[in-house]
Design a protein around this ligand. Structure first.
Ligand code: URA
Length: 273
């Protein structure tokens, strides 16, 4: 038992903290033939192992769904339609919980929709939930979330006076970056989300959020700390990209840059009151 615990901890430390399938895969019984240039074709059978019993076939009805069935284009269209049909935040949350076009929902435990006050003047948008967020169903509750809370408190904000969400609402397995396809599939939801909240100030946390929402390829070091206009559908709002709290945990020397950005954000909120 102790050995099992140790190996599990070893996996968790390496970032392997979730199972992708209900059933284990014995990779040692898998044969992946390496293409070899041959003059004569080997009979097909020679690639199959005869010393191991074949995996029992699971009946179709109990087959776990392993991936979304919609092709990307159709998934984006469905997401756009669902997002557009949501007339308030709760309707959007329901629409997203019904949406089956993104494979990330199959490995995530929860839909991480948002936290804070949807009536707030300021909205923060991060990249995607991590492990703690997935477990609690709330954005920014892990280590980077705790840092975000401290930064918010330093400019007199908290989760009752701010609203927080992510571009991607489901945790990518092992915290890998979301793929461009996953981002495009989820884009209609975050765009509608921002539209429904209609904040006075929108803050993009990190390069991934800034690039997605501003549709730019510029890096975060170029974008951060500069006001820009974010417009989608019926709204226009002033927006500022800044450094992601997870980045600040890795590069504490850059906290001073983030602090400069947050001072600008705070001044802007004060002006608009
Ligand atoms: N990082 C993000 O971008 N979002 C979260 O919710 C947590 C960590």
């Amino acid at each position: 038992m102790e050995n099992v615990r140790e190996i599990l901890n070893w996996y968790i430390d390496a970032g392997v903290d979730l199972a992708l399938e209900d059933h284990p895969v014995d990779r040692f019984t898998e044969i992946t033939p390496t293409p070899v240039k041959r003059t004569t074709e080997l009979p097909k059978q020679s690639l199959e192992r005869t010393d191991v019993a074949p995996e029992p076939q699971r009946p179709l009805s109990s087959e776990p769904r392993s991936q979304a069935t919609l092709p990307d284009g159709a998934a984006i269209k469905t997401a756009q339609e669902l997002a557009a049909s949501a007339n308030d935040i709760e309707a959007l949350r329901n629409a997203m919980s019904q949406f089956e076009g993104c494979n990330l929902r199959l490995t995530a435990k929860t839909l991480v929709f948002a936290d804070g006050n949807p009536e707030a003047q300021i909205m923060f948008v991060g990249e995607a939930p991590g492990r703690d967020e997935d477990l609690q169903g709330l954005p920014f509750v892990g280590r980077s979330g705790q840092l975000l809370d401290r930064i918010l408190s330093a400019i007199g904000l908290n989760r009752e006076t701010a609203y927080i969400s992510n571009v991607i609402p489901w945790r990518p397995p092992g915290n890998r970056p979301p793929t461009p396809q996953e981002t495009e599939i989820c884009r209609p939801f975050i765009e509608r989300h921002i539209e429904l909240v209609n904040p006075k100030v929108l803050v993009m946390l990190g390069g991934s959020s800034a690039k997605t929402l501003l549709k730019t390829t510029d890096g975060i070091m170029r974008l951060r700390g500069k006001w820009c206009e974010y417009s989608t559908g019926n709204i226009k709002t002033q927006a500022m990209p800044t450094l992601h709290p997870a980045y600040l945990l890795r590069q504490p020397a850059h906290k001073k840059l983030a602090w400069q950005d947050f001072l600008k954000i705070s001044q802007s909120l004060k002006k608009s009151n």
